[in-house]
Design a protein around this ligand. Structure first.
Ligand code: ADP
Ligand code: MG
Length: 669
């Protein structure tokens, strides 16, 4: 990193740069423009009334004042002898330069022969035409001064900016070098310059990312896992004993997971499936294979509610087997915990279901062979590592309900193998989804009452726990109270939120499950995994506050059996985009489609969670728009990682990647 003081600018300016996270010359040259203004002769078209022309002033200038506001007008003639009437507001200070026959450039909008100018320059177009970068800057810096700093930095670093991309691939993809790319992105002469610059920079970002992923993957495959052997007959008959037949995709996923278990390689697999596609049973089957091979298995859930639900599910699946299962959560008494720790340690327990409690220091496993995490985006890298480190050579399966198309998943999760489930269990009926432009329940109260009268149960989701002074959104406490009053003597209303004690949450959830509670008012703690088959109506307040994948997750709580389910997204937002998103949700029931839409609005970090932490980020590249580049970079990265030990020119590159990985501690043995 080169000292930013080489710029020789004031401390004050340096402080402003620091606010923009610019602390070295390299940071500076990597702060790219966020857009470009293009000045070139432009005539209006049918679609666009934009005009940029050079003209000669052919009339006197008229000015009208109203207070401090002004309106100036005059006539110009362009190079085709067309005459235009130009009007411009609040630029009377330019009047002194506007003599007849002066050549000026006019930028504005044009209707027939009338131009309303947004800007005029007292210069011929040849002197100002070109592409002008616009940076996002903090107050106290001008575009012009920032550009000067960048220029100075680029000059100071001249000859020292290496292309990260190996020469071979620069030639192969006809890329320019990094140094030119940086000059071009900051000081383009044309649109083509920007294009060339972006082509290099995007490819470089993706290549770094893919090299990182492939390196992690390669290091992992060097580790020897355990080839688990088990009684296939027993395994098959267990699958036949399940209450239903597995779907096609469930069968395929089971096959993939089981063959990982059997192989001497360590499993590192990502199982992605839409909400309701039935991931739980797949994980149970996999845990059973691991059990038959003689190993303990752990299933980790992001919430207490989900953990205890999974526990119940496993108990019912394994009721006719010898499998011993324990639930380990934070709400157990110390004594109970101690007992379970002991049983885990001496091997009395075969499968452990729980929350983060599963990987606390005190928990020591007898013979841990397999770890599954459900709804992975809730877990940090650190937490997963901690659990994995509880056993050597542990196979690892991550389940996620924010599925993305397979090809994209392979690129985004390049260090893992991916299984994808698209088919839904038979007999699923899409949830009738309605966007209701309202901030209160009134428009759907009749539907709700009828539904409750028919014996159904309902979720009511609110964005907040308590009322907020800052946020204008419904709180679960307030809504629960109002509904309790309204339904007094007819239906039971329960309240559930993340700030409640674990055992209380558990009790409420059980009461809901047992139909002692008819209406469950809740925050998004029910978002992941909760499965109550008799609850088939959901009302979501302030739906505009949730991401689309999250709405789809929430909606996935209903319609899990064979009954028609209903979901109402309530929102009084007037934002066009918000309404568009909710209307999209009315039509789409496909988690793959929805996550793609969501990813484009909010970006991978938000939607897919913190898996990306420690990995290179994308400044200019876009995983969707630039997907073809991502794919090419992936193939190139695979080739580089395979052959780098024999090739000097790759060696340097790979050491950079490996160093970065160590720094971020992303990969630990
Ligand atoms: P998710 O993938 O969202 O975690 P779950 O595992 O909770 O989905 O399964 C959703 C529902 O579908 C559960 O009620 C489960 O019992 C049911 N289910 C799963 N697989 C099948 C199947 N093959 N046939 C019928 N029902 C199934
Ligand atoms: Mg689930």
């Amino acid at each position: 990193m080169s000292d930013i003081r080489l710029l020789k600018i004031t401390e004050k300016r340096l402080d402003i740069l620091k606010l923009m996270n610019i602390e070295s010359l390299e940071d500076l040259i990597n702060h790219y423009p966020y857009r470009y203004d293009v000045i070139e002769e432009t005539y209006p078209t049918q679609e666009d009334d934009k005009i940029i022309i050079e003209g000669t002033l052919i009339s006197p200038v008229k000015i009208f004042f109203r207070g401090r506001m002004s309106r100036m007008s005059f006539s110009v003639e362009d190079r085709y002898q067309n005459v235009y009437q130009v009007t411009i507001f609040n630029r009377h200070f330019l009047r002194q330069y506007l003599k007849q026959m002066t050549i000026i450039t006019i930028i504005g909008k044009c209707q027939k022969d009338k131009i309303t100018a947004s800007d005029i320059k007292i210069k011929p177009i040849s002197e100002i035409q070109g592409v002008h970068p616009v940076y996002s800057l903090k107050e106290g810096l001008t575009q012009k001064s920032f550009q000067q700093y960048v220029k100075k930095a680029l000059n100071l670093l001249k000859g020292n900016i290496e292309s990260f991309v190996p020469e071979e691939y620069i030639i192969k993809h006809q890329l320019i070098h990094k140094e030119s790319a940086l000059w071009n992105i900051h000081f383009p002469q044309s649109q083509e310059d920007i294009k060339q610059a972006l082509k290099y920079l995007k490819y470089e970002e993706f290549l770094k990312f893919q090299l990182t992923m492939q390196t992690i993957k390669q290091q992992r495959t060097l580790e020897v896992g355990i080839a688990k052997r088990f009684d296939v007959q027993k395994f098959q008959s267990f699958i036949l004993s399940l209450p239903y037949q597995l779907t096609q995709d469930q069968q395929t996923s089971v096959k993939e997971i089981v063959s990982d278990l059997q192989s001497p390689r360590m499993m590192y697999r990502f199982l992605q499936g839409d909400v309701g596609s039935g991931k739980t049973v797949v994980s149970s089957v996999a845990l059973y294979a691991n059990y038959l091979a003689g190993y303990q298995g752990a299933l980790m859930a992001p919430t207490e509610i989900l953990a205890s639900q999974h526990y119940q599910t496993l108990l019912s699946f394994f009721k006719d087997t010898d499998v011993k299962i324990a639930l380990l959560t934070g709400s157990l008494t110390n004594k109970e915990k101690e007992r379970i720790y002991e049983q885990i340690q001496n091997g009395d327990i075969d499968m452990i279901v729980g929350t983060h409690a599963l990987f606390q220091k005190k928990v020591e496993y007898h013979r841990l062979g397999f770890v599954i995490t459900d709804e992975q985006h809730r877990f940090g890298v650190e937490q997963r590592k901690a659990l994995k480190n509880k056993g050597s050579q542990v196979d690892f399966l991550i389940m996620s309900a924010t599925p993305i198309p397979r090809t994209l998943a392979i690129s985004m999760y390049g260090d893992m193998d991916v299984s994808t489930m698209k088919t839904m269990p038979k007999g699923r009926i899409p949830v009738v989804t309605k966007y209701i432009k309202s901030s209160s329940m009134k428009p759907i109260l009749k539907d709700l009452k009828e539904y409750l009268a028919s014996g159904g149960q309902c979720y009511v989701i609110c964005p907040l726990v308590e009322d907020s002074e800052v946020l204008d959104a419904k709180s679960a406490s307030q809504i629960a109270e109002a509904m309790q009053q309204y339904f007094r003597g007819t239906y039971q209303v329960g309240l559930l939120h993340g700030q409640m004690k674990d055992d209380e949450k558990d009790r409420i959830m059980q009461d809901f499950q047992k139909q002692k509670i008819h209406i469950l008012v809740s925050t998004t703690v029910v978002e992941v995994g909760v499965d109550v088959k008799n609850a088939n109506m959901m009302v979501i307040y302030n739906a505009e506050r949730f991401g689309m994948s999250q709405l789809h997750q929430l909606r996935g709580r209903v319609g899990r059996g064979h009954q028609q389910a209903y979901c109402f997204f309530m929102s009084s937002s007037t934002s066009k985009e918000a309404i568009e998103r909710l209307k999209y949700m009315e039509k789409s029931h496909d988690g793959f489609e929805i996550s793609m839409y969501d990813l484009q609005i909010r970006g991978p970090g938000e939607v897919l969670g913190n898996r990306q932490s420690g990995l290179p980020t994308f400044l200019v590249a876009d995983v969707f728009k630039d997907f073809p580049i991502l794919n090419v970079a992936r193939e190139d990265a695979m080739r580089i990682v395979e052959g780098y030990e024999k090739r000097n020119e790759y060696y340097h590159l790979m050491s950079t990647i490996q160093e970065k990985l160590k720094e971020n501690n992303e990969y630990v043995d």
